[in-house]
Design a protein around this ligand. Structure first.
Ligand SMILES: [Zn+2]
Length: 345
């Protein structure tokens, strides 16, 4: 499947207001652009986007929260919480990130290409009115880009939507926004026991949406084979049951081994697989495939991200022999048992 990488110059202008160091900084995009050019050359088309529509974040966020962000940026920026900052230009960056993510759904659908939006600031921790599900902070996120994309997909009649989130952290903002919406199937693999502290296997969705929120809360030490096994066991029956009409990805690469925290042992093997796996599902279903950047701070961006795009280009999900740990097998059983209480998988 052809792949386009969308990025905006304004994403580089989202900086800490006081010039202090922050792991979520513009250099991340330099790593992304260089790595994709070096690893994949002409195979991935780059597109500079300046799509800006102030109404986009209002589709999913409370107006009072959006207004608070706008005012803080206009005042020169500041810290929203101990983790999350905005500068004067962050308003433009955050609105373009949300708008581009939404627009990418339309273009992926009409042109049959997969689109990776290299968004800054990231989005999956941003809930309806800021902090998702009562987390301590917004975890570097301003507007929830993948949720904006999902909302646009639904508006286009592409219902239900499948969101797959493989960032190291739980996409608590996304779960917060769509908790009671059965049109959004949210499959989230994350390391349990770290920020934001949400995403339990037993969290399956609010009333009327039970079974549409799937939390693969993994333990320390999970590696490629555990992830490949869990995705291969769980996702196909979920896709068969719900028949999603758009596939969106919260693509975080802090789950790559030693990118940000110690904890998981994911390498190119998993990221190439998941790209190919999701592309083949999108192809089979005739569904648009759009991925937006979440976390990833070092080697995850330089090695995991190109591998993910390479997987999409190849649509190949064959990885040879997979030997999951007993813990991975029992987690998959636990998730399956929880889901079967609500849906006929
Ligand atoms: Zn993360």
């Amino acid at each position: 499947m052809e792949v386009e990488l969308w990025v905006s110059k304004v994403f580089w202008r989202h900086r800490t207001p006081d010039g202090s160091f922050h792991p979520e900084n513009p250099r991340r995009l330099d790593i992304v652009v260089n790595a994709v050019r070096n690893e994949l050359g002409e195979a991935v088309r780059f597109r500079n986007v300046e799509l800006y529509d102030e109404r986009t974040p209002l589709r999913i966020h409370d107006p009072s929260y959006v207004e608070r962000v706008r005012r803080l940026c206009e005042a020169g920026g500041g810290w929203i919480d101990s983790d999350t900052y905005v500068s004067r230009d962050s308003w433009g960056a955050a609105v373009v990130a949300a708008t581009s993510s939404s627009k990418a759904v339309e273009e992926a659908r009409s042109r049959g290409v997969a689109i990776f939006v290299a968004t800054r600031p990231p989005g999956h921790h941003a809930g309806k009115s800021g902090k998702g599900l009562g987390a301590a902070t917004q975890g570097f996120c301003i507007f929830n880009n993948v949720a904006c994309a999902a909302s646009r997909a639904l508006e286009l009649g592409l219902s239900p939507v499948l969101i797959v989130d493989f960032d190291l952290h739980h996409g608590n903002g996304t779960q917060d926004i769509f908790w009671s919406d059965p049109r959004v199937v949210h499959f989230d693999a994350h390391l349990h026991g770290i920020y934001p502290g949400t995403g339990w296997v037993s969290d399956v969705g609010g009333e009327g949406a039970e079974g549409t929120k799937i939390n693969l809360a993994v333990g320390y030490g999970f590696g490629d084979d555990d992830y490949v096994y869990a995705f291969k066991e769980l996702l196909p029956p979920i896709v068969d049951y719900f028949s999603p009409r758009a596939i969106l990805v919260s693509a975080g690469f802090d789950s790559y081994e030693d990118d940000y925290l110690e904890g998981l042992y994911l390498t190119e093997r998993f990221f190439r697989f998941v790209g190919g796996f999701l592309a083949s599902i999108a192809r089979e279903r005739g569904a648009p495939l759009v991925a937006v950047l979440e976390g990833g701070y070092s080697v995850g961006l330089s090695r995991g991200l190109p591998a993910f795009l390479e997987g999409i280009l190849s649509e190949e999900s064959e990885v040879g022999c997979v030997e999951p740990s007993p813990r991975a097998r029992s987690l998959v059983e636990e998730v399956r048992a929880e889901l079967r209480r609500y849906v006929a998988l």
